[in-house]
Every structure is written in C-alpha cells, then in structure tokens.
Design a protein around this ligand. Structure first.
Ligand code: PGA
Length: 242
C-alpha cells in the first residue's frame, strides 16, 4: 500500500479522475468499480469533464456500483443509483448494457449478489476500484466485523452508518441493511484507490494506516493490498505520525 497526500480535495480528485482516464486509455476492456458519496463526487465530475474534452471512447468500459441501501428506490436522490446516474452515467451517455448496479428493491437480494459476483467474474475481475471510507472504517457497506473473504452480501448496517447516512437524504429514512461488494473483491481488484478528505476523516485515516489490520476496522485491509493507494488531502492526513 502507498499513501499520497495532496494539498486539497480538488487535487486528489483530479489525480483519481486521471487514473480512470489512464485505465480507459490503456486497457481494451476495462472494469471500473466506484463508490458513491461526498468524497468521490468531485472525482466523477472531473472525470466527466476529461472524458468529454478528450473524447474518450467508453464503449468498452464496464461500470460496477459498489453498494446500495436496501429498500431505497433508485429515484430517491439519496440512493447510490441516483448518484451514479446523475454524477457519471447520464452525463457520459454511458451504455446501459455495461452498467452493473445492485437492485436493492429486489425481492431476492441473494440473487442480486450472485448476479454481481458472476458479472465481475465474467468480466475478468475489477481493474480499478475507487472507494471512500466511513466514519466507522467501513468500505462500501463492509461494516466493522465483516469477513475479509466475503463476496457480495447483504449486511445489517452499523449504527454509525445509519446516522451518518442520513446526510444523503432530504428527509429522514429508515436505513437498516445494505447490499455491497465484499472485501474479497477489493483484495482481488488490480488497483484500489481509497480517497478521503477533510479533518473529520483524519482519525479514520490514521487507523487505516497505522493500526493493525483487522476486520474490526475494515479499511485497514488497504495495508495488505500490493497495489493499493490511499489518497488524502492535507486535512485528512493531519493526525498521521510521519
Ligand atoms: P462520504 O462517505 O464519501 O460521503 O464521506 C464515505 C463512506 O461512508 O464510505
């Protein structure tokens, strides 16, 4: 794992957007997995700008959404679906056939997990995964205590996730479960970027990098990834020893 510290959130988002550009330019059938949330929003916006100005050919790019709130419909503007559609897929006119998102309204969520795992397998695995980090150290909805070996699964959300998650919604919602790719997917992604910005993330970034690797703090798995890069701004790096 490597750590890179950027001056601002904009600088790290620009670098992350360039990683997606490079992926598209260098690989014939690239597979990108992205998190939603406040952290990667600017990365998405900058990538959309770059893709348009450089006229990138995205026809062979596969897009995978990292997770979704169970029971929240795609048209709810706090859903991950809504984020991906509005921040990335619609502005890029992204081909629907190349998009894989969990249907968290499905009556058979286990089947959703199976479909996602099979799609990733068939595409030859994830080339680039870009994730954020939660205030409890979660990655996607891989909550504290999760097994590192998990593939896609449905999980009871941690109390921190339930309360922090309200920030995405206009009115309070009853959040209880999430559906998410597993940390096995992260471990086997060819490259992983973990993004964090702002002082409020400085504590969890310190734990991610300096504490022992443990399922009790899922983001610590980054330490074990040979091609993992933690990208933070100066504020999020504020508590690091070195
Ligand atoms: P945020 O969410 O980017 O909105 O801070 C991160 C996360 O919970 O994974």
């Amino acid at each position: 794992m490597q750590l890179k510290i950027y001056k601002t959130h904009h600088d790290l988002s620009d670098a992350a957007a360039n990683e997606i550009v490079e992926l598209v330019n260098c690989k014939s059938n690239p597979v990108l997995c992205l998190a939603s949330g406040d952290t990667p929003k600017l990365t998405c916006r900058l990538f959309v700008e770059k893709a348009k100005s450089q006229q990138l050919d995205l026809s062979n790019l596969t897009f995978i959404g990292l997770d979704e709130w169970v029971g929240v419909p795609p048209e709810n503007n706090g859903s991950c679906h809504y984020f991906f559609r509005h921040e990335l897929l619609d502005p890029l006119d992204f081909p629907v056939k190349n998009v894989y998102l969990f249907d968290a309204m499905s009556g058979d969520l286990q089947d959703e997990c199976r479909k996602m795992d099979n799609a990733i397998l068939e595409k030859g695995g994830i080339d680039l995964m870009i994730v954020g980090i939660g205030m409890n150290g979660h990655v996607g909805f891989n909550e504290p205590g999760v097994l590192f070996g998990n593939y896609s699964h449905v999980i009871d959300l941690d109390e921190t996730t339930i309360s922090v998650g309200q920030k995405y919604f206009k009115t309070p919602v009853n959040l209880q479960k999430g559906i998410t790719l597993g940390l096995n997917h992260l471990q086997h992604s060819k490259k992983v970027l973990m993004l964090a910005n702002g002082e409020k993330k400085s504590g969890v970034i310190k734990k991610t990098i300096e504490d022992e690797v443990s399922p009790a703090f899922p983001a610590s798995i980054m330490q074990t990834h040979a091609n993992g890069l933690v990208m933070v701004d100066e504020a999020a790096a504020g508590l690091l020893k070195h």
